[in-house]
Design a protein around this ligand. Structure first.
Ligand code: PLP
Length: 410
């Protein structure tokens, strides 16, 4: 792998330290990072996947914070690599469409190209042509496998020998555990004590060690960071990681390839990784696709942040949408989602349950609550501008036990 340059960053921001993915640099410093090299080193772990391309040059420049104050409609992301600086040393790198293309190459043959499903009953209820991107049928049962595989697939031999650590209420946990297993490394996953048992079981079945924490009294990120430090593991954050965001963006990239002339895309939002990736992908393909983010009423931090013009935190209320129980938009995802999202919509638990039932009855799909939230907004909200339009919708996951499905849907 000697001599191969994965990323070169010239740090010209006002901040002192830049962190992006696995790289850290001081102001004014140029850094390089070598990727796994399939030809020189047989350890490249994902069969059938090319290692990252040789020379990608990224130049960091600062932009005024006013750029990220307000979500704007139909604004294309800038062609140049930019960092959005929010004061002090906090820096948010924004992913490029090329990052998503590279992720798609890496995932080729590993992640599933999930089907797009249409149904006349759903069309008539929504009042538009609906194209359901069935990520509930993805490997591990959720889109999270894409981001996890992209991040773990970029680790070098040294990092792989140390292993990974992640925190998640379920789907990222199972995805990182499975990606680690594929890449022949080990995983520790920090999960809340109230995580759905089927998600804990799925994570353990993929060979991970699970460490539990109290969602209401402990800081999961701090616990994971401490494990990373103590055990020499690489922390793979569930959404605030450019490689994870790029991997999730392959959902949008694929959808644009499968469906022509989309007018809008509805994406469910937790921390914003899926939305950031998909919005980047569809805006690069067609600046005219309007992107909507959907979150549960109980966790409406994106809607409130958009109204406030900056990231705000909420006290998450109980909701069945366990994948979206996030109190504040991601630090790295928000600059992307605020710029590229037309509006953030909220849905109630009752609307989510009705949508799970609809998907089961008419599309024969089993979808978990968070996975149904984007369609719930399209079906239950009055959106006259979308009448008769072609609308893509992410069905982000299907990890739900028969008992829980039965208790919710009846
Ligand atoms: C099924 C499902 N949908 C949506 C989300 C939200 O994804 P993100 O955090 O990337 O916004 C999650 C997150 O865990 C999830 O599991």
């Amino acid at each position: 792998m000697a001599g191969r340059v994965f990323a070169r960053l010239s740090v010209t921001t006002a901040c002192d330290t830049l962190r992006t993915g696995q790289l850290t640099a001081q102001r004014g410093q140029t850094i390089t990072h070598s990727p796994p090299d399939a030809s020189a080193d047989t350890s490249w772990p994902l069969t059938g996947i090319d290692p990252p391309p040789n020379a990608v040059s990224l130049t960091a420049t600062s932009v005024p914070t006013s750029d990220i104050r307000r979500p704007a409609s139909g604004v294309r992301r800038p062609a140049s690599w930019r960092l959005l600086v929010r004061g002090g040393p906090r820096v948010s790198p924004v992913i490029l469409i090329d990052d998503i293309h590279r992720a798609a190459e890496r995932l080729n043959g590993v992640a599933r190209r999930t089907p797009v499903i249409t149904n006349p009953v759903i069309d008539s209820l929504a009042g538009c042509q609906v194209f359901l991107k069935a990520e509930n049928l993805q490997v591990t049962g959720a889109f999270k496998f894409r981001g996890a595989c992209n991040a773990v697939g970029c680790m070098d031999t040294d990092q792989l020998s140390g292993g990974v650590v992640a925190f998640s209420s379920g789907n990222h946990a199972k995805a990182v555990a499975t990606a680690a297993q594929l890449c022949r490394t080990t995983a520790v996953i920090v999960m809340p004590t109230d995580a759905p048992p089927e998600k804990v079981d799925g994570t353990k079945a993929a060979g991970a060690r699970v460490v539990f924490y109290d969602r209401f009294g402990e800081d999961r990120a701090a616990i994971a960071a401490e494990i990373a430090e103590r055990e020499g593991r690489l922390l793979i954050a569930p959404y605030d990681n450019p490689l994870v965001m790029a991997g999730q963006g392959t959902v949008g990239l694929e959808l644009m390839d499968q469906v022509t002339n989309l007018d809008a895309l509805f994406v469910c939002v937790g921390g914003g990784g899926l939305l950031a990736g998909c919005a980047t992908a569809v805006h690069a393909g067609s600046g005219s696709v309007e992107v909507f983010g959907v979150e549960p009423e109980a966790s409406n931090d994106h809607a409130l942040s958009a109204a406030a013009g900056e990231r705000v935190a909420v006290q998450v209320q109980p909701t069945i949408a366990d994948g979206q129980q996030v109190s504040t938009p991601g630090r790295l995802t928000w600059p992307v989602t605020a710029r590229l999202t037309k509006a953030f919509l909220t849905v109630s638990d009752a609307e989510i349950v009705a949508t799970m039932k609809l998907l089961f009855e008419h599309a024969k799909l089993v979808v978990e609550p968070s996975g149904a939230s984007a369609l719930a907004a399209l079906v239950h909200q009055d959106l006259p501008d979308l009448r008769g339009k072609r609308v893509g919708v992410t069905l982000s996951g299907g990890n739900i036990s028969p008992d829980r499905f039965h208790s919710l849907v009846g």
